[in-house]
Design a protein around this ligand. Structure first.
Ligand code: PMP
Length: 315
């Protein structure tokens, strides 16, 4: 197996050496924010394609602003560091890259100000998250999505994932694959780590930003692929829970989940209970795009190994 490395305290080190102290502020209070970036292995090209890496770093910069975390790196520096860590690991499979900016002071006291910040990256092999072929079975969670008045969901703070973990565990321990979480107003917000789309009469509908979603990068890709490749419009509007039950198709999107069809919600079959045809088409387009196979969307994918060779950090 390939060795694992991390970028930690301004150096690339073996993953086993990247350790934080027990008093680290982010560990105690959830004062970090992160991204999840997929590296998609293309066996024919023997290449890992990092998907929309710059967009992830732009979102990280926005999260840092909300959480008052210093991120003293340019976007180019963050991309270069990511490529260096990925190249050092030399994985030949799908990977997940986790950049994390966090309050690193080893100090007690709940606050965001007057604390040091640090930034790290680690990489892990990462296969499928949900069953994209068979589709997922979901339940509506009894938990509510954290509102922007509590913890801003448009940032990606470590601490907010307790909300996701409560929903995911409730769903899985009750025999479902994934949770659908409603907002405080009772509208469909998102999955525990995915955005959600409903298809009704050939039209895509997805919750708007003000329903406390993380504005997903995969969500944006799918909106674009639907429009440009299938001529299908997406409407961003609030969705009622019962609209899910009568939808023709439902699917979820996310860096981990890719495009995952939802075949059942709260024990009601979606459509005829099989993966719908539009979801199927979008999945195919999306998978081709993320492995660097669609010329038109090649700007979404950064070939990590070829770039590392160009930088002289990989032979
Ligand atoms: N919502 C939540 C809560 C998430 O954690 C994620 C995964 N990052 C998403 C939506 C999907 O976002 P993206 O497509 O950018 O991965």
């Amino acid at each position: 197996m390939a060795e694992r490395y991390a970028y930690f305290q301004k150096q690339i080190v073996p993953l086993a050496e990247a350790k934080i102290g027990v008093m680290t502020h982010a560990f105690n209070y959830g004062t970090g924010c992160f991204e999840g970036i997929r590296g998609n292995w293309n066996p024919d090209k023997r290449e890992i394609f990092l998907f929309r890496v710059r967009d992830h770093y732009r979102r990280l910069a926005r999260s840092c602003k909300i959480l008052m975390i210093d991120l003293p790196y340019t976007e180019d520096e963050l991309v270069d560091l990511t490529i260096k860590v990925v190249a050092k690991c030399e994985f030949e499979e799908d990977i997940y890259v986790r950049p994390l900016a966090y309050k690193s002071s080893e100090m007690l006291g709940v606050r965001l100000h007057n604390l040091e910040s640090d930034f790290l990256i680690f990489v892990s092999p990462f296969g499928p998250y949900l069953d994209v072929d068979a589709g997922a079975r979901c339940c509506t969670s009894s938990w509510r999505r954290v509102s922007d008045m509590g913890i801003p969901a448009r940032s990606k703070p470590t601490g907010i994932y307790l909300n996701s973990a409560l929903a995911k565990t409730e769903a899985q321990l009750n025999g479902f694959d994934e949770a659908i979480v409603l907002s405080h107003e009772g509208h469909v917000s998102e999955g525990s780590g995915e955005n959600i789309f409903v298809i009704q009469n050939g039209r895509l509908i997805t919750p708007p930003q003000h329903d406390d979603i993380l504005v997903g990068i995969t969500r944006e890709c799918v909106i674009r692929l639907a429009q440009e490749e299938l001529g299908l419009e997406t409407v961003e509007r609030s969705i009622d829970r019962s609209e899910l039950y009568i939808a023709d198709e439902v699917f979820m999107t996310g860096t981990a989940a890719h495009v995952t069809p939802i075949i059942e919600i709260d024990r009601r079959s979606i459509g005829d209970g099989n993966v719908g045809s539009i979801s199927q088409k979008l999945m195919r387009l999306y998978f081709a795009a993320i492995r660097g196979e669609l010329e038109k969307y090649s700007h979404w994918s950064t070939p990590a190994y070829a770039t590392a060779r160009g930088m002289g950090v990989l032979r």
